[in-house]
Write a protein that binds this ligand. Structure first.
Ligand code: ASP
Length: 280
């Protein structure tokens, strides 16, 4: 069993050591909680549980504490992929829910598995997800003073390998902040979140770059075709160089490989393994 999580990038320009430390401490705590859960649950259940904990932590740009879009609203996107059933589900730009990853989980059993905007919100309400405003005062202040550039990242993601050898991946984001309403990030797509029987990947970074690089699905395909996780990840990152792609990646394979990489410094992440816990 293995569990790896990320808390997105930490802004290079506005680096505040205290916040970075707090984020890392939160990741270290959550990865342990997630790993305890994994002992008695599937990979798919565990990535939903662990991503929900990350969404509930207001240090990250997902769920509570998400960034505000250019029209003053928060819209959340999240995706889940069960590597065993090969089903992908997600919500794009849903408003006023606490845990978008749980709405994605609910969608996994439906024929229509990715919903956006109002359709996602109506589905959530019909399935018992109560109204929840994910805004915190600090984000509103940042929005109002347009300090977005110094705080812009902090998406969360999780990949789990369970006791039966199954993989799952989940990713959740509040977006990039100040985006045009309607913009779709990589997180609720197969570029940002993908898993099969061989590998699971969650990405963070600039959504447009990650989609251009088809990052998560490409890495998983390469591992499926025989590359090591490290080779597959590095080759995929190299292919982003011509457009100076900005991405961070965490991944696990069914064979037990663990890898994380970033094109720019300061992606925060944490790993929990049977024997060793490795915190970034
Ligand atoms: N990938 C996310 C987006 O482009 C942002 C992030 O990972 O921090 O919306």
């Amino acid at each position: 069993m293995k569990l790896i999580i990320h808390g997105g990038f930490f802004s290079e320009s506005g680096t505040n050591q205290e916040v970075k430390l707090a984020k890392q401490e939160a990741l270290d705590r959550i990865v342990q909680q997630g790993y305890d859960y994994l002992k008695t649950h599937t990979a798919n259940e565990t990535v939903v549980y662990t991503t929900s904990l990350l969404e509930d932590c207001d240090l990250f740009n997902a769920g509570t504490g998400s960034q505000i879009q250019s029209d003053g609203k928060i819209r959340l996107s999240a995706a889940l992929m069960d590597g065993q059933t090969l089903k992908f589900s997600g919500v794009i730009n849903v408003e006023d829910v606490q845990n978008p990853i749980q709405v994605a989980e609910k969608l996994l059993t439906y024929d229509d598995r990715v919903l956006s905007g109002n359709g996602a919100q109506v589905f959530a309400r019909e399935h018992g997800f109560a109204y929840f405003n994910p805004e915190i005062p600090q984000r509103r202040q940042e929005y109002e003073t347009k300090l977005n550039d110094s705080i812009r990242l902090g998406t969360v993601g999780c990949v789990a390998l369970d006791a039966d050898g199954n993989l799952a991946a989940a990713t959740s984001t509040g977006g990039k902040g100040y985006e045009i309403p309607g913009r779709v990030s990589d997180s609720p797509t197969v570029a940002g979140n993908y898993a099969n029987a061989f590998a699971g990947i969650s990405c963070t970074g600039v959504g447009e770059d990650i989609v251009s690089g088809a990052v998560a699905s490409k890495i998983v395909t390469r591992v499926t075709d025989g590359m090591t996780l490290a080779q597959a990840t590095e080759k995929t990152l190299t292919e982003m160089k011509p457009f100076d792609g900005f991405a961070g990646i965490i991944g696990l394979t069914a064979a037990g490989e663990i890898y994380h990489a970033d094109t720019h410094p300061y992606m925060v992440w944490a790993l929990y393994d049977e024997e060793v816990k490795v915190f970034n």
